[in-house]
Every structure is written in structure tokens, then in C-alpha cells.
Design a protein around this ligand. Structure first.
Ligand code: DC
Length: 244
């Protein structure tokens, strides 16, 4: 058969679906994203961890948080991996396990500063897109639904009052045996919210088509069931929900 007589077979290209969960620090988005990804068998992207890894790398290499040119280079060549450690994410920076050391308040505040730099965000964009793999992705952060995955199938914006988020953080620290000052945590959270939502690029804000959920008075299970209900009402997620 000559080439032009062969039936044309077009490959069916399916782009893996994405669910985005954006919101401020302490809103519970990380826990919800992880639980949802496990329920669906999806991959998960903790985009805040990328900014935290960059902030830690900058600290280790003596790069200041406002040195945009050096931070852009560091971001483009960031030697970091997200590895699976029995279902939990293990974060490795330049060969070292930094899973816990990136979670300090100091690194969180530094991450919020480096994240305000446009060329840093641009340098990390491609890396975030690479997480979109079959069968699908749950991505959490600040700009997942607005900038990184604007075509996401379902967008959730999870919020809670600064006081409720501070109290959760306070209980977490006390539970781990650390000393904590509730008033100072409230102030830190408010300062970070302000920086994250007032920056010029990719500010913290719900996408126009996001479902906004306020978790101030809701526990994790209640939030998860609302998100699950939203997924059930999303046509191109149907095939993944039948697993449950
Ligand atoms: O979610 P988190 O607290 O781990 O994020 C740390 C900081 O990173 C946060 O203060 C703002 C920044 N960030 C961002 O600018 N964009 C994202 N998509 C995720 C986090």
C-alpha cells in the first residue's frame, strides 16, 4: 500500500488533568493536596517546597535574598529532588536530606522573599510543569490556578483567618516540644500574607474560576469532603473517581 493510501491514524494526545489547591500559609492546603492525590492515585506538587529549597540553597551559598541575578541562576540549576520515602515526600538538596530543615519559619520567610522576584518564578516554571504526568496532578501553592496551570480541571482556593492558621501552627510546634509564642506567629503569618498577596508577579489570589473554601471553622475531613464533592461535579475527573 502506498503511503498516501494508508488510513491516517492520529495519535490521541491526552493531557493529564490537574487539580490546583492555592491559599495562604497554614490554610491546610498541603495536607488536603496530599490526601486528595492519594485518593486519586495522582502525583503531587508542593510548589512552596521549591521556593523553600531555593531559599535554603541561597543561604548555604551565601546569596542574599534580594540578589535577583544570582538567585535566577541558582533557581535554574537547583540540584533538588522530590523522592518518595514510604509514601512521604523526602526533599533532597545537593545530595542532602533537607525535608525538615526547609520547614523552619526562617526559611519560610526567606522563601516568601525570593518568591517575589519575577525571574526566579520564571526559572522555576518549567520545573513545575514537569510534574504534570499521567494519570494526573494535584498542585498546591499560591499561583497554581492563576499562572502555572491556568487550564486546571478543578481549582480550589483554601483560606482561613490568620488567627486560626496561627493557632494551628502554634499547636503543631507545642506538640513537637518546641517553645512557641502565639502572638508572634500571628504577626509572622500576617506579614507573609501581605508580602505574598501584594507582590507584582503571581500574587496570592483566587483564580476567577476557583472555588473558595474557608476552613476557619472546618476540620481536615470536612474540607476534604467538600473538595471531593467538587471533584465529583467536574466532568473530566469522573473516570478517576470511580476507583473509590
Ligand atoms: O506554602 P509554603 O508556606 O511552603 O510556601 C513558602 C513560600 O513560597 C510562601 O511564603 C510564598 C512562596 N510561594 C509562592 O510564591 N508561590 C507558590 N506557588 C508557592 C509558594
Amino acid at each position: 500500500m502506498s503511503a498516501d493510501l494508508e488510513p491516517s491514524v492520529k495519535p490521541i494526545v491526552t493531557i493529564p488533568p490537574v487539580i490546583t489547591i492555592d491559599g495562604p500559609s497554614g490554610s491546610g492546603k498541603g495536607t488536603i493536596a496530599h490526601r486528595l492525590a492519594v485518593k486519586l492515585g495522582f502525583h503531587v506538587l508542593d510548589s512552596g517546597a521549591l521556593y523553600r529549597l531555593l531559599a535554603l540553597a541561597a543561604q548555604q551559598h551565601g546569596v542574599q535574598n534580594n540578589n535577583e541575578a544570582a538567585l535566577q541562576v541558582l533557581a535554574a540549576h537547583l540540584d533538588a529532588q522530590f523522592q518518595d520515602n514510604q509514601g512521604e515526600a523526602m526533599l533532597v538538596l545537593e545530595g542532602e536530606d533537607v525535608t525538615h530543615s526547609i520547614r523552619t519559619e526562617e526559611i519560610g520567610a526567606a522563601a516568601s522573599k525570593v518568591a517575589a522576584l519575577p525571574s526566579v518564578r520564571e526559572a522555576l516554571l518549567q520545573r513545575q510543569h514537569a510534574f504534570r504526568e499521567t494519570p494526573g496532578l494535584v498542585a498546591d501553592g499560591r499561583d497554581m490556578g492563576t499562572v502555572v496551570f491556568p487550564d486546571a480541571s478543578l481549582k480550589i482556593f483554601l483560606t482561613a483567618s490568620a488567627e486560626a492558621r496561627a493557632e494551628r501552627r502554634y499547636k503543631q510546634l507545642i506538640g513537637k516540644g518546641f517553645a512557641a509564642d502565639l502572638a508572634a506567629i500571628v504577626e509572622d503569618i500576617k506579614a507573609r500574607d501581605l508580602r505574598d498577596s501584594q507582590r507584582a508577579v503571581s500574587p496570592l489570589k483566587p483564580a476567577d474560576d476557583a472555588i473558595v473554601l474557608d476552613s476557619t471553622a472546618l476540620g481536615i475531613e470536612a474540607v476534604l469532603s467538600k473538595v471531593w464533592e467538587a471533584a465529583q461535579n467536574t466532568p473530566n475527573l469522573q473516570q478517576f473517581l470511580t476507583k473509590q
